[in-house]
Design a protein. Structure first.
Length: 95
């Protein structure tokens, strides 16, 4: 889903706070940000404008979001069928 289309969909019908919207898309608990799987990792988008606020290459799949953290995961390249869980700062995207 493109960033522009996602912003239009959310503007028309905002997701409940902290809810899972679809594959690899999660709304922040306050409904102001949307976290999505981007081309190179996880991105935070302004729910009103669709503007990318930050991007992180520390993980590439979303698990959920709280007020202060975005929980994501990434496949472990050294071990098949294994993954690492990563907590990203919801304001900055830093792991």
């Amino acid at each position: 889903m493109s960033v522009v289309l996602l912003a239009v969909v959310l503007a028309a019908d905002p997701a409940p706070a902290g809810s899972w919207i679809g594959p690899d898309v999660v709304a922040s608990p306050d409904g102001k940000m949307v976290y999505a799987r981007g081309k190179d990792g996880v991105e935070a988008l302004d729910a009103a404008t669709g503007k990318v606020l930050w991007a992180s290459k520390a993980a590439n799949r979303l698990a959920g979001a709280s007020g202060t953290a975005v929980v994501a995961w990434v496949a472990d390249e050294k071990m098949p069928n294994a993954f690492r869980v990563v907590a990203l700062d919801s304001a900055t995207g830093q792991a």
